[in-house]
Unconditional design. Structure first.
Ligand SMILES: CC(=O)N[C@H]1[C@@H](OP(=O)(O)OP(=O)(O)OC[C@H]2O[C@@H](n3ccc(=O)[nH]c3=O)[C@H](O)[C@@H]2O)O[C@H](CO)[C@@H](O)[C@@H]1O
Ligand SMILES: C=C(OP(=O)(O)O)C(=O)O
Length: 441
């Protein structure tokens, strides 16, 4: 088993470069299925396990992907298969984003139900509502969702009950090859939606309004492979912003796009963090004392739920009471129990977490309950007394490239190690042992 071991107490300094965005690259790769001619070349692709997972899903559909460093070539010109089995989609919910492109290209898709996950039940009713509005027959049975249409999908007017990121993407990808015009209202406005629309337009689609609440799509008859660079990852950037602030450090975050980070910048500035635009990125200088704030996660341009747990780590260091209200996912407080193991003072009341700071955090054995929780626990470890050991790194690897190496390059005392499964758990070791640096192989 692998763990990341971090010892708190170092101020971070230096410069770190942000990768391409996980949440932009996944829909962009699935959108490549829409190109009946030519190969797509995608650039600034992060080396994440999720990228390999989606490539695997595409291989079930007879779509070739070739990864070469940070570039992926996708060729969807061979006859497509239309079934994605459970073993293909189970690792990652974004796999369901192949449904819109398959329906649009060949009028049929049978995808295993993605199932629940650690942050909530995550239904897909809004995706299906969009496909049905465009004329598709949708049935659910034997653990699969099957959608089909004779001939082309038909342009439609679709109002989303909630601005779901995935539903906006899936429906947009279906509508680009539909007959006639589709108008989507109350859609997600995340920067990743704009990235996808730009790619679709480069392939020959006619998508207008991405980044606003209404998207209008005029269907075209075919799309051709294109070249596209993925936007920088605003959540990775935000995570390093918190790393700098929590340690009272001074870090330049290359490729951080301030326009994409407005809600986070606003909250961190309220806390007293100094944030300045500098060339191609942002400089973050942490203050001596952090002020408490209240925040509520919301669809963009509200505060991103994917930064909620990292912000909780930061608020544990603020002087006073802060309240975080999670409105996007029903069950995204699993990390609270892990923070408590580190002596974090947090109370949950319904959808709100009440954080009393500053907590004197103590190193502990903790688990990454989901991808962002993994990062948040490591951030807390940067300021905890002694050693924090974080396991379940498979979640972290879905969304961060070389996270511990990047932190170490900024001066953090952190390393990733392989642990002998038979080793005595830390809870059984003496206090002295817990505070000694372990010598794992
Ligand atoms: C790969 C990717 O881009 N993942 C992001 C995407 O996930 P994802 O696209 O799954 O998130 P959604 O915006 O769809 O989900 C937001 C909320 O809407 C609900 N919902 C969604 C669809 C639906 O048909 N019915 C429904 O009720 C979900 O259960 C959730 O409570 O946006 C989330 C919200 O910003 C982020 O946390 C994820 O990192
Ligand atoms: C929840 C996340 O991703 P996904 O939707 O891929 O699970 C995330 O990136 O924090």
């Amino acid at each position: 088993m692998e763990k990341i071991i971090v010892r708190g107490g170092r101020k971070l300094a230096g410069s770190v470069k942000v990768e391409g965005a996980k949440n932009a690259v996944l829909p962009v790769i699935t959108a490549s299925i829409l190109a009946g001619e030519g190969t797509s070349t995608l650039k600034d692709v992060p080396a994440l396990s999720d990228v390999h997972t989606i490539s695997e899903v595409l291989s079930y559909l007879n779509v070739d992907t070739k990864i070469d460093g940070n570039t992926i070539k996708v060729d969807a010109t061979k006859p497509l298969e239309t079934e994605a089995p459970f073993e293909a989609v189970r690792k990652m919910r974004a796999s369901f984003l192949v449904m819109g492109p398959l329906l649009a290209r060949v009028g049929h898709a049978r995808i295993a139900l993605p199932g629940g996950c650690a942050i909530g039940s995550r239904p897909i009713d809004q995706h299906l509502k969009g496909f049905e509005a465009m004329g598709a027959d949708v049935t659910i049975g034997n653990g699969f969702i099957e959608a089909s249409i004779k001939g082309r999908l038909q342009g439609a007017k679709i109002y989303l009950d909630f601005p779901s990121v995935g539903a906006t993407e899936n429906i947009m990808m279906a509508a680009v090859l539909a007959e006639g015009t589709t108008v989507m209202e109350n859609v997600a406005q995340e920067p990743e939606i704009v990235c996808l629309a730009n790619y679709l337009n480069a392939m020959g689609a006619k998508v207008r309004g991405a980044g606003t609440g209404t998207i209008r799509i005029e269907g075209v008859e075919k799309l051709v492979g294109a070249e596209h660079a993925v936007i920088p990852d605003r959540i990775e950037a935000g995570t390093f912003m918190v790393a700098a602030a929590i340690t009272g450090g001074n870090v330049f975050i290359e490729n951080a796009v301030s326009e994409h980070l407005r809600p986070l910048i606003a909250k961190m500035e309220e806390m007293g963090v100094e944030i300045t635009e500098e060339g191609e990125g942002l400089r973050i200088v942490g203050p001596e004392t952090l002020k408490p704030v209240d925040l509520k996660t919301m669809p963009h341009p509200g505060f991103p739920t994917d930064m909620q747990s990292q912000m909780m780590a930061l608020l544990l260091q603020a002087k006073g009471t802060s309240v975080i209200t999670e409105t996007v996912f029903e069950n995204r407080f699993m990390h609270v129990e892990e923070f408590r193991r580190m002596n974090g003072n947090i109370k949950i009341e319904g959808r709100a977490a009440i954080i009393e700071g500053p907590s004197t955090l103590q190193g502990a054995e903790v688990s990454a309950t989901d991808l962002r929780a993994g990062a948040a626990l490591i951030l807390a470890g940067l300021v905890a007394d002694g050693y924090t050991r974080v396991d379940e790194l498979k979640h972290l690897d879905r969304g961060y490239v070389n996270f511990s190496e990047k932190l170490a390059s900024l001066g953090a005392d952190v390393e990733r190690v392989t642990v002998d499964e038979n080793q005595k758990p830390a809870t059984e070791t003496s206090e002295q042992e817990v505070n000694m640096k372990p010598k794992f192989a």
